[in-house]
Design a protein around this ligand. Sequence first.
Ligand code: AHR
Length: 307
Amino acid sequence: LSACGGESGNGAADDGKITMGFSQVGAESGWRTANTDSVRKAAEEAGIELKFSDAQQKQENQIKAIRSFVQQKVDVIAFSPVVESGWDTVLKEAKDAGIPVILTDRAIDSPDTSLYKTFLGSDFVEEGKKAGQWLVEAYQGKSEQVNIVELQGNTGSAPANDRRDGFAEVIKADPKFKVIASQTGEFTRAKGKEVMDAFLKAHTDIDVLYAHNDDMGLGAIEAIEAAGKKPGVDITIITVDAVRDGMQALADGKINFIVECSPLLGPQLMDLAKKVVAGETVPARVVTEETTFTQEQAKAALPQRQY
Ligand code: AHR
């Protein structure tokens, strides 16, 4: 394995320690910060040397980082792909160098599943469905049109595509639900605020905001308050993640429902890394367990929330 010592079969030096090259999406949200902390801490606890690279939400930076990990002959590469498409060439390079790849958090859309060993992360379609199901129940028995605005995650990313599709699939069963505006808020508070501000200027009749993450929802809350409206009352708000700030806003009545997406992937990732480096077979897909929170549930869960 890597670092000092003699060369091993795949070209890496062998000192018994696993080296992982990890390409993170960026630092766009509270979720991402918690995810980075989880990966760093778990690597340390597992005795895995982590080469960490922040792509600042740019695919070209991730491709560069992966190429550099291949050159450095790390033992395993893990990455959270910023977008779904365009990975085949660089992953083929890793495969040809004999370096196993683990997808974490986000998937890719390549039909060639031999390019990676496993995918660890949430079922984002299911998350979108849960958001839709809560909305359908909350507006049961009402017949007037429900005007929804949607703050999407980064264009082309798996969570943006899947959360949009899962939600749309559920609400389409009842024609009273209408998505009147949908735009990316890039998973950040600042952009969430900016786009919500524009939505509020363009539409006077918004009933519901569906934000693909807490951070965009929190930014939107600022815009809603600045427009003289009460978030959670005048506009029903549904978000995804359940990070501490989101949970606080939920407990405070400013958000109405949160679908959990767990960022604590570090320990499972290190476990999978050890197995793939040892040549063991791992499941092709490892799905994270998640729940949902109402305002009352958030109040109860907040004191123990880790992130
Ligand atoms: O890929 C997971 C998503 O990325 C989180 O839901 C969002 O907050 C983050 O930026």
